[in-house]
Design a protein around this ligand. Structure first.
Ligand SMILES: Cc1cc2nc3c(=O)[nH]c(=O)nc-3n(C[C@H](O)[C@H](O)[C@H](O)COP(=O)(O)OP(=O)(O)OC[C@H]3O[C@@H](n4cnc5c(N)ncnc54)[C@H](O)[C@@H]3O)c2cc1C
Length: 560
């Protein structure tokens, strides 16, 4: 308790350092005065949630020294928060489940095992706004007769409700075995190499046995549950809903989303007391908690890694963009997106020990990207807005949910509107104001934004953001008159500030790395390019797995 309190103070201090322009512009890298100049055991490239989780597990559980190198001036990667005119806008995630009640997701497991505290706000419904007058609330959990509350939505919305309800009930039943890994196996049991079989055998034999009976051991896409042979969803409304739900998880329709992620989300949303969770104080408090778990000299911001130094076939450190060389005793964890990693691997033609690098580069070449994002962040005057009538989140289907010509996931159709001031009054916004974030999820084409003049670029931003504005207006009709801050983010903004090549949401499920192991000794990967892919719980899991592979099986088993 004492540790986490002092650590939080440290996080606050370091955050004020990060957000104070006068200080942050005074130096190109953040090197704490307490730096010991000793080589860390493990260097972590990137302070996304995956990298921060890996570093915390290494430090707190395995007692290794770490150094996290982040190219941005803010930590958190896609989950970072940025201050503008008194508002703390969130650049990405807001929707989480499995943080407030068991079974706890890997992210919450990391916080717990490392003694880091975040308070969680739970809520149990979000709004859905379709074309025309369509408007309904997705109520989570079960009703008095223990049926998913979602059944009554199906009843109202599907044209063949009896069929749709049966198909949904069967879907929940048939996907139940897939939640074994998420509900029975703690993240600490996993590791990014084949020795994972030993840890599972030693401590989780029954669950391992169940896992091995799953198709593809649970790592495949959801397709067999949407289109057969395991189960077929034929009802058009239900199919659209599942596609939309999947799309916000993976940037892909349901059939191409990881079956394990889909099954877990379906189970968790519709279980007894199903709810969603949000870190009180916003994503900043989550990132701060993870940063506070590291020593002052264990994270350096504005430190872009230019290459991973590989001698023979072993990763033994990195070179920064400013030429500084940093050596690690045991290896390197890369949390940067896979396409960034590609640029950090430079095989020397003359070195015959570079076979591992070439193999890894070939693997990365075969990874396909999902598309990008369009963002609209607004600060609004809240006078007269009755938040009790609003929801913390909306899914807006601008062109409808079930269309003949337009797929539910088609361009600028599904817009997420996040209204987190609805339930968290501790967020940083000026007095009497609220902030909203509307975004077109993972389907914005990067190509249309390339090679434009400044004028063309600004005009395109205005034009494309009209759809996002219209989504916000469905929630607050006079939003434009209330607006005092407006920021439109294109795929180029996404690429620049989230360091995501071509602004991508992440890797397509078919090309995810199955685990973080690589053909280069001492180089382990974590983040949303690694199974189970996109999402904070998933990247936390790959972070833990990467960290665990820096200790032997026996030590890992002793440590949890
Ligand atoms: C708009 C949006 C909404 C989302 N909503 C949700 C949601 O509601 N719920 C959910 O669970 N998930 C959501 N996600 C997905 C989730 O945010 C991501 O999957 C997750 O944050 C990715 O984390 P990561 O650890 O893989 O890496 P990233 O967040 O990509 O972090 C990688 C880090 O590496 C750094 N880096 C890259 N190259 C270098 C280099 N050469 N040197 C040093 N540092 C480098 C980057 O700056 C970055 O900080 C959303 C994402 C977005 C964009």
């Amino acid at each position: 308790f004492l540790h986490s309190n002092s650590a939080l103070t440290k996080a606050r201090n370091s955050y004020s350092f990060i957000t104070t322009p006068a200080r942050s512009s005074s130096s190109s890298t953040f090197i704490a005065s307490t730096s010991t100049n000793k080589n860390p055991d493990v260097i972590v490239i990137g302070s996304g949630i995956g990298g921060l989780c890996a570093a915390n597990i290494l430090r707190h559980v395995h007692k290794k020294t770490v150094l996290v190198l982040e190219s941005h001036y803010l930590p958190g990667g896609c989950a970072h928060t940025f201050p503008i005119k008194g508002y703390e806008f969130e650049s990405g995630p807001t929707i989480l489940l499995g943080c407030s009640k068991p079974p706890l997701n890997p992210l919450r497991q990391v916080l717990d095992i490392c003694g880091l505290n975040v308070d969680w706000i739970s809520y149990s419904s979000w709004g859905v706004l379709g074309d025309g007058d369509e408007q309904w609330d997705l109520e989570l959990g079960r009703d008095a007769s223990n049926r998913p509350k979602f059944d009554s939505i199906i009843e109202e919305r599907s044209h063949s409700p009896a069929l749709a309800k049966t198909e949904f009930a069967q879907l929940l039943e048939k996907t139940l075995p897939l939640i074994v890994p998420a509900t029975e196996i703690p993240a600490m049991a996993l590791r990014a190499d084949s020795k994972v079989l030993f840890t599972l055998l030693a401590k989780h034999t029954k669950s391992l046995f169940k896992l091995l009976q799953l198709p593809d051991a649970g790592t495949g896409p959801f397709d067999p549950y949407m289109n057969g042979p395991i189960h077929t969803v034929t009802d058009p409304w239900l199919r659209s809903w599942l596609d939309g739900l999947a799309f916000s998880l993976s940037g892909l329709e349901a059939a191409r989303t990881p079956a394990s992620a889909m099954s877990y989300v379906l189970w968790d949303l519709h279980r007894d007391n199903g709810s969603l969770d949000y870190p009180k104080g916003g994503m900043k408090s989550l990132v701060n908690a993870l940063v506070s778990g590291l020593g002052d000299d264990e994270i350096r911001l504005k430190s872009t890694v230019a290459s991973i130094d590989i001698v023979g076939n072993r990763a033994c450190g990195v070179t920064l963009k400013n030429g500084e060389k940093l050596v690690s005793n045991e290896g390197v964890i890369c949390n940067a997106p896979l396409w960034c990693l590609r640029d950090l691997l430079k095989p020397a033609e003359s070195d015959s020990g570079n076979g591992g690098v070439k193999t890894l580069l070939d693997e990365i070449r075969s990874v396909n990207m999902t598309r990008s994002y369009l963002h609209l962040h607004v600060g609004l005057d809240a006078e007269g807005i009755d938040q009790s009538k609003l929801k913390p989140h909306y899914t807006v289907w601008e062109k409808g949910m079930v269309g003949d010509s337009e797929h539910v996931c088609s361009e600028l159709n599904m817009i997420a509107v996040s209204n987190v001031c609805n339930f968290d009054d501790s967020l940083e916004v000026p007095e009497g104001k609220i902030m909203m974030h509307a975004y077109a999820c993972g389907n914005e084409e990067y190509g249309i934004w390339e090679d434009l003049s400044k004028e063309e670029y600004e005009a395109l931003k205005k034009e494309r953001a009209e759809t996002l504005w219209s989504a916000i207006e469905k929630v607050v009709p006079d939003a434009r008159e209330r607006c005092e801050v407006e920021m439109i983010g294109s795929p180029l903004t996404h690429e620049r500030f989230l360091r995501r090549p071509r602004g991508t949401y992440g890797a397509e499920v078919e090309s995810l790395f199955q685990d973080g192991s690589t053909s280069v000794d001492g180089l382990v990967l974590c983040g949303d390019g690694i199974f189970p892919g996109i999402g904070l719980p998933s990247v936390a899991l790959s972070g833990v797995s990467a960290a665990n592979s820096f200790v032997g099986v026996w030590k890992q088993l002793q440590n949890y």
